[in-house]
Ligand binder design. Structure first.
Ligand SMILES: Nc1ncnc2c1ncn2[C@@H]1O[C@H](COP(=O)(O)OP(=O)(O)OP(=O)(O)O)[C@@H](O)[C@H]1O
Ligand SMILES: [Mg+2]
Length: 500
């Protein structure tokens, strides 16, 4: 009958005890015999014991550095083995989450099956070290005479290759994916202090998701596929010898969803966003420092690049002028043409997008946005530099239906036909349509709805809610029709000077 893992471990301890006993034998026992016997003990153990074990300690050898493998195993066991464990413990982890973090309690053993192999896991508590040299520890909870907690994995010898080549790497992979999704994303912006620029950040949880983005469906799917392919394309980029980065140029009128799309990209990929404000950067050297301070897996954004480009171009010409861009209210100041070399230039910017410096760092996405594609320097937008040019356009019927679904939760309505026709005739931005669909837009009709709800007092709650939603949708869509008709009339009226 095969011995259980526990019995083998017990056997191991007994043998170890035996070895210890031998090593403490009195002086008169022959030294050589003592040496042979004590070296036979581990050999015997490994011959007869069909199991092997791997320990994964909570802290690395340096003691102050947490062993990430320990975290990876904790995450893995949490997701796969908790159902079969009877001793669990709960902690409140991340402040922003209400769900407690459940994990294995110490000394609880769980069994995992992988590719037909059985793996026994146990979280071993801190254990006392052998008495000896004293090391003073400053670590909380890790006193000098204790071994830190560790996971012990026991498996059959014949599965050694499977464990080392597939099982443990899979645990690490899963952990990396999980931490990428759970991680708090950050929004960075550059800040200048005492003449030096650096990044400051805030937690970033953009509400926008791709499914809420109102735009042509096939175009949206194409962009999402492109982004996902980019994320997986590490091997491809190194094979073709290209820096692992991608450039998107989003262009279209204000309010068509360019910034919203950046949020959706960050959500989809789980990347941080660096919002680069070129106007507060002194020169190319400072720009380089900022770029080098960005992390991998990030989206580097320069919004309204046309407004900034006016500045860059003007600086290149060396004019001394203060120019005001009325669209963006950006004040462009160009000081001294003799100091041109000390400014941010277009070529300085481009060296990061696809020049020498673009190879520093990997898995980065550059996004430039503009309202005026025609105003951009062709050097900036030539193919290969910005890999994709994406037009964000006015709201037509298909985009409207997406907005109606996300804002009102409806997919059809008697007013849809009329709205579709009006949207074909006039250029309205998704931002304007969305504004009409927001429930505050029904403010004027709120009284009507409240009256209706009063009348319905006593009706079943879910029925009341359905009716309330329908009434709200009616009110919002009627408001939208009204707005679109007004806009249509306005665009049909010839301007005063042309009537004279
Ligand atoms: N395509 C869209 N899909 C869904 N919502 C949109 C879309 N376009 C605009 N909106 C809504 O309008 C608001 C403004 O849009 P956004 O800021 O993304 O426009 P923009 O194109 O970046 O404008 P600007 O050129 O002025 O920076 C967003 O908060 C969003 O609610
Ligand atoms: Mg914007």
């Amino acid at each position: 009958m095969a011995l259980s893992v526990e019995k083998w471990v017990g056997f191991g301890s007994a043998m170890a005890g035996f070895g210890l006993l031998w090593s403490r034998m009195p002086e008169h026992v022959h030294d050589e015999a003592r040496h042979i016997i004590s070296s036979l003990v581990p050999m015997l153990m490994s011959c007869f014991n069909p199991y092997e074990q791997i320990s994964i300690s909570e802290y690395g050898d340096e003691r102050f550095r947490r062993n990430k493998m320990f975290d990876a195993v904790s995450t893995y066991l949490r997701s796969t083995c908790l159902d079969v464990a009877s001793n669990l413990k709960a902690e409140l982890g991340d402040k922003s989450k209400d769900d407690p973090l459940i994990s294995l309690d110490e000394d609880q053993e769980v069994v995992d099956n992988f590719d037909g192999a059985r793996m026994w896991w146990r979280l071993c508590p801190k254990s006392a070290k052998k008495k000896g040299a004293t090391i003073i520890s400053l670590l909380p909870g890790d006193s000098d005479d204790e071994h830190p907690r560790c996971y012990r994995l026991v498996f059959h010898k014949r599965h050694r290759k499977l464990v080392l080549d597939s099982y443990l790497p899979r645990i690490v992979r899963q952990w990396r994916e999980q931490t990428a999704t759970d991680r708090q994303r950050l929004l960075f912006t550059n800040h200048s202090q005492q003449g030096k620029s650096h990044w400051i950040n805030v937690p970033y949880n953009p509400p926008a998701k791709f499914d809420m983005l109102a735009m042509d469906h096939s175009k949206k799917v194409e962009i999402m596929e492109d982004l996902m392919a980019f994320r997986e394309a590490k091997a491809y980029h190194s094979k073709v010898g290209k820096a692992w980065k991608r450039g998107y140029l989003l262009y279209g009128p204000p309010g068509t969803g360019k910034s919203t799309m950046i949020g959706a990209m960050a959500n989809l990929l789980g990347y941080d966003v660096y919002d680069l404000d070129l106007t507060s950067i002194k020169d190319n050297a400072e720009l380089r420092k900022l770029f080098l301070d960005t992390t991998d897996k990030s989206i580097i954004v320069i919004e309204d690049i046309d407004a900034i480009e006016v500045e860059l171009t003007t600086k290149r010409k060396g004019k001394e002028a203060v120019q005001e861009n009325s669209d963006k209210r950006t004040v462009v100041e160009v000081r001294d043409k003799t100091k041109d070399h000390g400014k941010v230039t277009l070529s300085g910017l481009l060296s990061f997008v696809d020049g020498l410096w673009s190879a520093c760092g990997s898995e980065r996405i550059f996004v430039f946005t503009t309202n005026h594609l025609d105003r951009l320097d062709p050097a900036l937008i030539r193919r290969g530099r910005m890999d994709r040019h994406i037009e964000m356009s006015y709201c037509r019927f298909e985009a409207f239906k997406m907005l109606a679904k996300s804002y009102l939760g409806i997919t059809e309505h008697s007013l849809f036909g009329e709205i579709g026709q009006l949207l074909d005739e006039i250029d309205t931005t998704p931002a304007d349509v969305a504004d009409n669909l927001m429930l505050r837009a029904r403010g004027k009709r709120g009284g009507e709805i409240d009256r209706l709800l009063d009348e319905m007092n006593g009706a079943p709650a879910d029925h009341m809610l359905r009716v309330k939603r329908r009434r709200e949708a009616d009110a919002c869509l009627a408001g939208l029709v009204e707005t679109l008709k007004k806009a249509k009339m306005k665009s049909a009226t010839p301007p005063m000077d042309s009537m004279e």
